[in-house]
Ligand binder design. Structure first.
Ligand SMILES: Cc1cc2nc3c(=O)[nH]c(=O)nc-3n(C[C@H](O)[C@H](O)[C@H](O)COP(=O)(O)OP(=O)(O)OC[C@H]3O[C@@H](n4cnc5c(N)ncnc54)[C@H](O)[C@@H]3O)c2cc1C
Length: 421
């Protein structure tokens, strides 16, 4: 017997954001179905670094970012690269990205993000415990390491933004760092530990377990590609898919980097891009950090996963269609060996695996979270960029509030879909 006020809700996209959203909606008593075009959890949610960092409030575009653009264009293997052939297509996004990086704007972006990412572990806990996935989520903190005081100095604003937003940070010198994480290279002379952060040791497994629980609790999974919406006046009648129309009282767009055509189908416009990222994994590694450890200069994270050591990160601006440049993943191996000298200097290919995925990114590093202009029955929840694993649980809670007609527990005005028009 459905609860009073219960709706039939279709959630498009079964990545971490879609599955958390579907789970929170289901807990509110709605009849929920997920629509997934591929395999659930195989999108960006598959190969990320697994960090659940409530401290991740620093936007990607920071003051002075414009000075770096020539380096992005001329160093295809640098931490951030931009393919020449993609420059014309991405130029309007880049302009907005540069403009988002003023000192006032980054302060506002960080303030907006903190309520979305700060409560991550609390918002994830009920879902994880119901799904019996507690073994995949750990609250051990996150370590950032630097090779010189100078390079730490360059990140001064990032650390100030975290502190201003209530993040507590412990600083370590070279000796203390060695005691904290003996596997790390002695080249690192500074470490900053954020104890409130957590991680999952299997991002794909986490999505799968949450999905399995959702299905066991009466949720449905529809294998189809959504391409639009049938409206009856200002009300949603159905979600249109390649398998036919699916009637629904509400629809939630959680299609990550692929959300743009669904937004366009309702006449809305958002400057969504993909920041492509890579990982390289070593099975049975000879050395691993105890907790996720970010090399701040190399812009990559080494995360201890259930299936080995994952080196993940870097940004490549080259769109959704271009083939992966696997040299970018291989470079992570070189960097990983420098970070963890205990790793062997060569590994048999069968112990190495590589992956490329699409972060769904808006120029101001904030997601799109709120109803469409065309109808309040379609809610957008995508564009979480570098922090989608982290922001997914709170995003799901906010969507459940919106569908129930409750005021959301956090301010979502900074995430308004119409903020770019
Ligand atoms: C290298 C790398 C490292 C990262 N590290 C971290 C990290 O440590 N911590 C963190 O918080 N974030 C991290 N991220 C970012 C994070 O992975 C993403 O923000 C997050 O996974 C996005 O989740 P999503 O559910 O929105 O998208 P996805 O996981 O991509 O899921 C979207 C789903 O929608 C489906 N879909 C698309 N279009 C349609 C359609 N029309 N109809 C039906 N289904 C559709 C897709 O098949 C896909 O399954 C990282 C990303 C990368 C690339």
């Amino acid at each position: 017997m459905p609860a009073i006020g219960a709706k039939r809700v279709g959630v498009i996209g079964a990545g971490m954001v879609g599955v958390c959203t579907a789970s929170w909606l289901q807990r509110d008593g709605h009849s929920v179905f997920l629509i997934e075009a591929g395999e659930p959890g195989r999108g960006a949610s598959f190969g990320n670094a697994g960090c659940l960092n409530g401290s991740s409030v620093t936007p990607v575009s920071m003051p002075g970012v414009i000075r770096n653009v020539p380096r992005w264009l001329f160093d295809p293997l640098g931490p951030l690269s931009l393919r020449w052939s993609y420059l014309p297509a991405i130029a309007p996004w880049l302009v907005r990205f540069m403009r988002a990086g003023t000192p006032e704007k980054v302060r506002a972006q960080a303030r907006a993000l903190r309520p979305l990412v700060g409560p991550t572990l609390d918002a994830l806990r009920p879902l994880v415990s119901a799904a019996g996935a507690g073994d995949l989520v750990h609250g051990l903190g996150h370590l950032y390491v630097y090779r010189s005081a100078e390079s730490l100095g360059k990140d001064r604003l990032s650390w100030a933004l975290r502190r201003e937003n209530g993040v507590e940070i412990d600083e370590f010198d070279a000796d203390e760092l060695r005691q904290l994480e003996p596997a790390l290279s002695r080249e690192y002379v500074r470490g900053l530990l954020v104890r409130e952060n957590g991680h999952t040791s299997n991002p794909f497994g986490l999505v799968q377990r949450l999905l399995e629980h959702f299905l066991r609790s009466g949720g449905e999974l529809v294998q189809a590609r959504a391409h639009g919406f049938r409206l009856d006046g200002a009300r949603l009648a159905a979600i249109q898919t390649d398998g036919g129309d699916l009637s629904a009282d509400a629809a939630i767009v959680c299609a990550g980097a692929y959300s743009k055509p669904l937004v366009a189908a309702l006449g809305d416009k958002v400057p969504l891009e993909t920041e492509r990222g890579y990982h390289l994994m070593i099975a049975d590694p000879e050395a691993m950090p105890r907790i996720p450890t970010a090399d701040a200069d190399g812009k990559f994270v080494a995360t201890p996963m259930d299936t080995g050591l994952r080196l993940a990160g870097t940004v490549e601006l080259a769109g959704l269609a271009a083939p992966p440049d696997w040299r970018r993943a291989r470079i992570l191996l070189t960097q990983g060996r420098k970070m963890l000298p205990g790793l062997a200097s060569s590994h048999p290919e069968e112990r190495i695996s590589v992956w490329m995925g699409h972060r769904p990114s808006l120029p101001d590093s904030l997601p799109v979270l709120g109803p469409s202009n065309a109808t309040r029955d379609v809610i957008y929840a995508f564009g979480h960029g570098h922090v989608g694993m982290t922001a997914a649980p709170m995003t799901g809670k906010v969507v459940a509030d919106l569908v129930a007609g409750r005021p959301p527990s956090i301010d979502i005005a900074p995430f308004a879909p119409g903020r770019f028009s």
